[in-house]
Design a protein around this ligand. Structure first.
Ligand code: YH5
Length: 292
């Protein structure tokens, strides 16, 4: 019994500490040109199409609303989205990471599978790597290892362009757990300490509605891996399909699944609606820690 890996009590994010005894909000900050653009107007010094001032203003609100982590991403992984080249992704994300860390003492996570961006973002002050491809890109394992940062490994079946065509599993929970377990082993073999890892079932990434619902109903089974769990269901089609609502009307559904995820052991909830999600997580945690 002595050598069973224990779930860490906190996560060391390059000097910033995340207390894992309470659930945390990870706020999504998309830095694709359509998210933080100037509507095509030219801004001096800006070659990326991303307006830094607007991005920083948004981050300030997210922190005041209760976000512990800001997840910065420059690649859209939505089904059918355009493929972004590594240099373009770096040009979008890096200045934003740098600017956030110059102004705020907040954990910045970089949502990327690109090894060069992992390295550069860590130097610019990022404190967490969030890779939807679980370090499977050429060179990603070594780049992530050498940053010394914690890493979130997410499950995806297939690639974003085609992943929703015909996802198939024997038992979706067993298959996703065994994939994540294998990626943990691969990381450890490559010299990444187990205490640096977080895991994510990857809602919506190569999964039908049924798969996503089962993965939430049985999320507690992921606790046997003894690593922090991150989930991202905010505004996703699993909410839209159940409620038959467009993306801008999925808040209540997203809050419902956030509560369930935390009740079943999730430590970090990745979301778009920070203030609402932070309240809901605080309330859930208060009930779960009653009497303590
Ligand atoms: C995730 O689950 N997801 S990007 C489709 C939508 C809404 C949102 C409208 N990065 C995750 O947010 N990283 C993304 O339908 C992620 N876990 C982790 N760790 C996709 C996204 C989205 C897609």
């Amino acid at each position: 019994m002595t050598n069973l890996p224990k779930m860490p009590a906190q996560l060391d994010c390059a000097g910033l500490v995340l207390d894992l005894s309470i659930p945390h909000v990870m706020a999504v900050l998309n830095v694709t040109p359509d998210s933080f653009s100037d509507g095509g107007r030219f801004v001096e010094g800006d070659t990326t199409g991303v307006n830094l001032d607007r991005a920083l203003h948004t981050v300030d609100s997210m922190i005041r609303d209760g976000a512990s982590i800001i997840d910065v991403g420059g690649e859209s992984t939505r089904p059918g989205a355009k493929v972004v080249g590594p240099q373009q992704e770096i040009d979008r994300v890096l200045p934003v990471v740098e600017a956030i860390r110059q102004r705020f003492d907040v954990i910045v996570s970089v949502d990327t599978s690109t090894p060069q961006l992992m390295t550069a973002a860590a130097q610019a002050g990022a404190s967490l790597i969030n890779d939807v491809r679980a370090l499977q890109r050429e060179g990603a394992m070594e780049a992530a290892r050498d940053t010394g940062l914690p890493i979130c490994l997410m499950h995806m079946q297939g690639e974003p362009q085609s992943m929703q065509q015909e996802p198939q599993y024997d038992d979706v929970v067993d298959d996703v757990i065994s994939y994540l377990d294998q990626r943990v082993q691969a990381c450890c073999a490559a010299g990444i300490e187990r205490q640096r890892l977080l895991l994510d079932p990857g809602y919506g990434f190569g999964k039908t509605l049924q798969h996503n619902l089962v993965l939430l109903d049985r999320l507690d089974e992921f606790q046997r891996l003894n690593l922090p769990l991150l989930v991202g269901m905010s505004r996703k089609s699993m909410v839209g399909l159940v409620l038959n609502k467009p993306v801008d009307e999925r808040l209540y559904g997203s809050l419902a699944v956030a509560v369930m995820a935390v009740a079943k052991g999730a430590n970090i909830v990745r979301c778009h609606d920070v203030a609402a999600t932070a309240d809901v997580l605080k309330m859930t945690a208060a009930v779960m820690n009653h009497g303590q």
